[in-house]
Design a protein around this ligand. Structure first.
Ligand SMILES: [Zn+2]
Ligand SMILES: [Zn+2]
Length: 314
């Protein structure tokens, strides 16, 4: 049973010391199937005002199982985390898993996925995810809707820290960006999970600068960012800023950049929206969510762009 929390309860991202750093956790280069070389990918993210990024090329034998060395592209005010998108399989639909791993060591052992096909006896998705976590990585179940993930598939990745709830490349490329449906079901089953928005940029279409994480950490260093990601000290955004989220007995109080809607979601059909003009401090009543063991917050700005808090247990 979850611990009964005292009220008021401030979401950890806002209670943690430090400041917010903007980063993209899911990116490809021409080391796998992306368009641009790693140096140019890093340059563009830095030029667009990102504080950090993770280059996560496909960890496939045909590409040499790359953990791309992005250390040469770190600069004043811009850092990189080493990572990869891991593939092994199969999922229930017979296709290979896509599992995002950020904070991998450069010598992370190759898998047995020579290409994007399933081979008999190969390492399973749950096994490679657990191996990445044991090696120190922050691990997320990538693009559930695009993958055609079943709930049983999602349950099986017990090592994952997070679910990719918004994938900008999947939004642009096939209008299947969602991970919230499956993440909400896992939360209701009692799993502790956080939620990330990413680009999954390949630069082959307008799949970049559309979804990111804001990570609260004392400094913009790989170690500090990785610890904060694992601790859930972040929120996700397409534009709006979340500044504070406090859960009271009967209300959630949300401070944000100017938004047109603030929505609190919980288990089952539990949700409550408050609509208004240029709202920066919004009180959302919890009557419809009284029984939910967890809550999360979405804000929507006038242009329809969203920011999403991590879930919190009550
Ligand atoms: Zn993928
Ligand atoms: Zn990807």
């Amino acid at each position: 049973m979850p611990e009964i929390q005292p009220h008021p309860l401030r979401l950890p991202a806002f209670a943690a010391p430090g400041r917010f750093w903007r980063g993209n956790l899911h990116t490809h280069s021409n080391i796998s199937d992306g368009l641009l070389p790693p140096a140019e990918v890093c340059r563009r993210y830095r030029a667009e005002g990102y504080d950090f990024m993770a280059l996560t090329d496909h960890f496939i034998g045909a590409y040499g199982y790359p953990i791309v060395d992005t250390l040469p592209f770190r600069a004043d005010g811009f850092t990189t985390l080493l990572g990869a998108e891991l593939h092994s399989g199969p999922m229930a639909n017979g296709e290979l898993w896509h599992i995002l791993a950020v904070g991998l060591p450069p010598d992370f052992a190759p898998g047995d996925a020579p290409d994007f096909r399933v081979h008999p006896g190969m390492e399973t998705g749950p096994q490679i995810a657990a191996r990445a976590v044991a090696a120190g990585a922050f691990v997320a179940i990538a693009h559930p809707q695009w993958s055609g993930l079943t709930l049983a598939d999602a349950r099986s990745i017990t090592a994952a820290h997070a679910v990719e709830v918004y994938n900008h490349g999947c939004a642009v490329g096939c209008d299947r960006p969602d991970g919230f449906a499956i993440a909400d079901l896992l939360l209701t089953e009692g799993r502790d999970l956080t939620m990330i928005a990413t680009d999954d940029a390949h630069f082959t279409e307008p799949d970049h600068f559309g979804g990111w994480v804001m990570v609260k950490a004392a400094e913009n260093s790989p170690e500090s960012l990785l610890a904060a990601l694992k601790a859930g000290h972040f929120y996700s955004s397409q534009g709006p800023e979340l500044r504070d989220v406090v859960v009271l007995e009967d209300w959630v109080v949300v401070e944000s950049s100017a938004v047109a809607a603030v929505i609190v979601q919980g288990a089952g059909t539990g949700a409550k929206a408050v609509h208004g003009a240029s709202m920066t401090r919004t009180e959302v009543p919890l009557a419809r969510l009284g029984a939910s063991p967890w809550l999360r917050v979405t804000v929507v700005d006038a242009a329809g762009r969203r920011a999403w808090s991590n879930p919190i247990r009550r």
